[in-house]
Design a protein. Structure first.
Length: 557
């Protein structure tokens, strides 16, 4: 496979992107890239509107391939990595790393470039790939890249290509500005079209005019212009912000932004809707705001060295935790299933696929043969672990999650809070799925005995019906599998036939234990993938009572 700088023809380029030459030719000369965009506007946070040129699926896939190959090529080239000034569109960087450079400084100076992407026109893209010493591509190949990357003669905002190409073209400008910044004892970063400088040097006040004049010359020579209306110098005694983050002492979010976000969340909880930028907002928009605020908290937590977890959250983290509970559990758009592990999830999915005609409320098979689950299996993410103690593996974390619904030591549980404030009650059931093990010190037994402990009457109901409503007035349930072969306890694996459990794969047999000889056995993870892949030939008859219980809950509640 040729490297990016070794491309000599359209054929080489198609090979590099791993697409047929005929498809590339059809896109370039029949469809034509300029005809493959949806242009629309979105409101800017600072006012006005920003034009977005979104490529269609076909063009976007090619642009993504170009961007990925550029990343692979330049990541090991020192010239493109020695400068740390560009924080936009760069892996492991972003608005937080950009702002952190300017934290706790005497003076912060910000500039904005006019029409950043439109200023990088077709000819500049062609010229860069032809002349840059790390590329030196033939003119014909450089033209193809520019055709793919540009819309109406310049880089569009909305293309996967624009970020990396703009950073490549601005690399020389960044290096020159960095040298100028050092001359004036300034730290410098760039986030797309936002240029930020900061210093603790008292003499900069007298040197600022000369610095601005020198900077204007560099920017003009690079083909850009400064937006005078957005140029500002802010001293320590005023609020200093960099890419929307307050940097006076520690990194912080704008107080008004946080208050607005909290008010939006309150309206969502109490009224069922909220407004953002004059229009009705979506829950994903609100989550984006909370996630942005939480990024700042997480950054500061790492700096202060304190131990932070779901038992030790600050006020802003508690608000985000409240929102996550609302989204994932109280107002989820589908019934939520929480299994002990990934293997259990695959078993249940496979059983539903095999018997999809029996459970239309749980699963649907589309005309194209794909399955659509009408329930959501909760993913064990780092976010849920941090905010709820819901660890990536194991069933003990489910007892921690239960406390969000009911906790004898805390009368203000999240479930109680939302029951009081929400106009409508809990929308869909939340269902914990356990192995049927109540005699030994196993997860189900621990869960049932967690304070306030489940009564013996309810435990008997669970064994007889395989499901139980844990909290009266809620839609929080337990489901377990039936007991088989006269056993007093049963794991979900016991529901499979002996013929399935004794399946040999690659000369190895199934072992349920956590520790086993991998040269002779395979474990639950491998077994569950085998079941999921071969569901059509597996006997799932013992799963029917558990799936009936699940179906009964969802159709009833």
């Amino acid at each position: 496979m040729k490297k990016f700088n070794e491309i000599q023809s359209r054929n080489d380029f198609a090979d590099l992107l791993k697409i047929p030459l005929s498809s590339l030719t059809y896109l370039l000369y029949v469809l034509k890239p300029d005809n493959c965009y949806n242009v629309f506007s979105i409101p800017k946070r600072s006012g006005g509107e920003r034009e977005i040129s979104a490529p269609n699926k076909r063009l976007k896939s090619v642009q993504t391939a170009v961007a990925m190959e550029l990343w692979r090529y330049i990541k090991n080239i020192p010239d493109f990595n020695r400068s740390a000034v560009s924080h936009a569109f760069t892996k492991k960087k972003g608005i937080i790393t950009n702002a952190a450079i300017h934290r706790n400084k005497r003076i912060v100076v910000s500039f904005d470039l006019n029409d950043f992407f439109p200023s990088i026109h077709f000819g500049r893209v062609v010229g860069f790939f032809e002349k840059n010493r790390h590329f030196k591509l033939p003119h014909a190949v450089s033209l193809i890249i520019a055709q793919i990357a540009c819309h109406n003669g310049s880089l569009p905002q909305g293309s996967p290509c624009s970020p990396i190409i703009s950073n490549l073209i601005c690399q020389i400008l960044d290096y020159r500005i960095l040298r100028l910044a050092k001359k004036y004892k300034l730290d410098y970063t760039r986030y797309a079209d936002d240029l930020t400088f900061s210093t603790n040097w008292k003499g900069f006040v007298d040197a600022e005019t000369c610095f601005y004049s020198d900077l204007s010359v560099l920017i003009s020579k690079a083909g850009f212009t400064i937006n005078e209306a957005k140029t500002r110098t802010v001293f320590r005694n005023s609020r200093q912000t960099v890419t929307g983050i307050v940097v006076n002492k520690k990194l912080n979010i704008n107080r008004e932004y946080y208050k607005e976000t909290k008010a939006m969340a309150h309206n969502l909880y109490s009224k069922g809707s909220f407004v953002i930028n004059g229009k009705e907002g979506t829950i994903n928009q609100l989550e984006g705001r909370f996630a942005f605020i939480d990024q700042i908290e997480l950054y500061n937590n790492r700096i202060d060295g304190n131990r932070h977890n779901y038992r030790n959250l600050c006020g802003r983290e508690l608000e985000y935790r409240k929102f996550l509970f609302y989204k994932y559990f109280y107002a989820a758009d589908k019934p939520t299933l929480i299994t002990e592990g990934k293997s259990d999830e695959l078993y249940i999915k496979a059983a539903l696929r095999k018997m999809f005609l029996m459970y239309p409320s749980l699963i649907n098979k589309k005309a194209d043969g794909r399955f659509e689950y009408k329930v959501r299996f909760l993913k064990r993410s780092k976010r849920l672990q941090y905010f709820f103690g819901f660890s990536p593996t194991g069933a003990d974390a489910m007892t921690e999650l239960r406390k969000c619904f009911i906790d004898e030591s805390n009368s203000t549980s999240l479930f109680s809070f939302f029951n009081r404030i929400c106009a409508s009650g809990q929308i869909h059931p939340v269902i914990f799925i356990f192995d049927n093990e109540t005699e030994r010190d196993k997860p189900l037994k621990k869960f049932l005995n967690q304070k306030p402990a489940t009564s013996e009457v309810d435990k008997e109901f669970l064994q007889n019906n395989l499901y139980l409503n844990i909290i009266k007035g809620s839609k929080l349930f337990i489901i377990t599998n039936k007991l088989v072969s006269g056993k007093s306890e049963a794991e979900i694996e016991d529901l499979f036939s002996e013929n399935t459990l004794s399946t040999e794969i690659g000369g190895k047999s199934f072992c349920r234990k956590d520790n086993f000889d991998e040269s002779k056995f395979y474990g639950k993870a491998f077994f569950s993938k085998y079941i999921y892949k071969n569901y059509e030939s597996i006997d799932f008859s013992n799963f029917i009572p558990m799936l009936d219980a699940l179906n009964n809950i969802i159709t009833t509640y």
